[in-house]
Design a protein. Structure first.
Length: 442
């Protein structure tokens, strides 16, 4: 799989997350954001990740459009390489941060903890807030306060090759309610592998297990089994629970049927019948498979099918002297024209209600309608229900440590380590880090 900007941001580059974890450890709360409202005029700076040409162009067009739409505020855009972006934000003092910045969703709480972002309620229009999807609100809320809003979300699931599934006489789910159970999925893998000369049936981006892809894509199996990464801000008893251990034991049992996919073509070239992936895979997969491409939910491990969600969001710098102007820009950035231009460029599900409702990919009957259904039934990982499908990663300033430990444990388990021991060690390390940082309480 070519690692596109949307994949990098939806899954957050592992090196950047680890850097955040390192820098967050031992830090104390910044005492709240020091932003000022200003008079709503003048120059404002905007920082964002540098991505694909179409995305960069859409963002620059939004900045240019905002500047032309009024004569009181001038916004300037700086694009920063994605592999250094999170580290740049983390290491920049809040009084040197821009007025407006993109934020990888899972890292938001750590920025709040260190005073690097400001609450939005006094700056962004109520209309923009009201038009945000439930997922955007959930991802952007920390301790009951809204700090960020998104132009787009992310979605993931199980892709299938209808031709290969039919040839193997494997029945497949067509809705979330019909998701395979863990046992049914395992049986499908065995059947499909037996029909394949290579003995392989699944692509799951094996190379990314030790990074943020591991948490984004595989924590959903833990949630689906009734486990969690944290419970009441504690990992011991959650991450190492019997449910969590069973889930990753089942995941590890798939290894004999997995194509290592070193060339990123296992699924689109038909070497395997199934692939775990995100919305960013759809353009290439649909081009390769056409009408044979299926979009299905991930397997249900016991408490309902779950899936990863969350992507880049937008916030206001904690040290800005022009919060009103920054808020005016964000309100403009989140209008239908700008959101649609961006999601057409990257194929992501819009994170505003109006744009999502009019997106042909995600509307009822569209090829990615199942992803929209998942996002319509979303929840934070702190409050998972049976009806929730799209789950957002833990909202905590300690998230970088959580994801680093979880993905490392997942990778070790995939390599043959004992699941109970690996998750137990990870849980203890997380709790020690939280204890060292007073639970990341502000």
């Amino acid at each position: 799989m070519k690692i596109t900007r949307i994949a990098r941001r939806g899954m957050a580059a592992a090196a950047a997350v680890v850097a955040t974890a390192t820098l967050a450890a031992g830090c104390s709360a910044g005492g709240g954001a020091g932003s000022n409202a200003g008079d709503g005029t003048g120059q404002i700076s905007v920082w964002a990740l540098q991505g694909q040409d179409g995305e960069n162009a859409a963002l620059q067009a939004a900045v240019d459009g905002f500047n032309k739409s009024q004569d009181k505020i001038t916004a300037s855009l700086r694009l920063i390489a994605s592999d250094t972006y999170t580290t740049t934000i983390t290491t920049t003092p809040k009084d040197q941060l821009p007025d407006v910045l993109q934020i990888d969703g899972p890292t938001l709480a750590s920025y709040v903890f260190n005073g690097k972002v400001s609450p939005l309620k006094d700056y962004v229009s109520q209309a923009a807030i009201d038009n945000a999807t439930a997922g955007s609100i959930a991802e952007g809320t920390v301790n009951g306060e809204l700090y960020a809003l998104a132009q787009f979300d992310s979605a993931m699931g199980l892709y299938g090759n209808k031709k290969l599934l039919d040839a193997a006489k494997v029945n497949y789910p067509t809705s979330i309610k019909e998701a395979w159970t863990a046992d049914q999925f395992a049986a499908a893998l065995k059947t499909l592998a037996a029909e394949n000369r290579s003995g392989k049936a699944l692509d799951l981006n094996e190379a990314g297990l030790a990074g943020e892809w591991g948490t984004y894509a595989f924590a959903p199996f833990v949630w689906s089994a009734g486990g969690n990464l944290l419970k009441n801000n504690t990992a011991v008893g959650a991450l190492d629970s019997p449910e969590s251990v069973k889930a990753l034991t089942q995941v590890a049992s798939w290894r004999p049927f997995v194509d290592s996919n070193a060339d990123s073509n296992a699924f689109p070239q038909g070497r395997v019948a199934l692939g775990i992936g995100g919305h960013w895979n759809y353009p290439a997969y649909s081009k390769a498979l056409g009408d044979d491409l299926l979009v299905m939910p991930l397997p249900n491990f016991g408490t309902g099918a779950k899936a990863g969600a969350g992507s880049l969001t937008w916030g206001i710098g904690g040290g800005t002297d022009n919060g009103k102007a920054a808020g005016a820009f964000l309100s403009y950035l989140l209008n239908d024209a700008n959101v649609t231009a961006m999601t057409k460029a990257n194929g992501a599900p819009p994170a505003t209600k109006s744009a999502l409702a009019s997106d042909a990919l995600y509307m009822k009957g569209g090829p990615l309608a199942l992803f929209a259904d998942q996002l319509a039934n979303s929840c934070p990982s702190e409050n998972i229900t049976a009806t929730c499908v799209a789950v957002y990663r833990p909202v905590t300033a300690g998230y970088p440590t959580v994801t680093s430990q979880f993905s490392s444990a997942l990778s070790a388990i995939w390599g043959g380590a004992d699941p109970a021991r690996a998750l137990g060690d990870a849980a203890k390390s997380i709790d020690q880090n939280f204890a060292d940082n007073d639970g990341y309480r502000q």
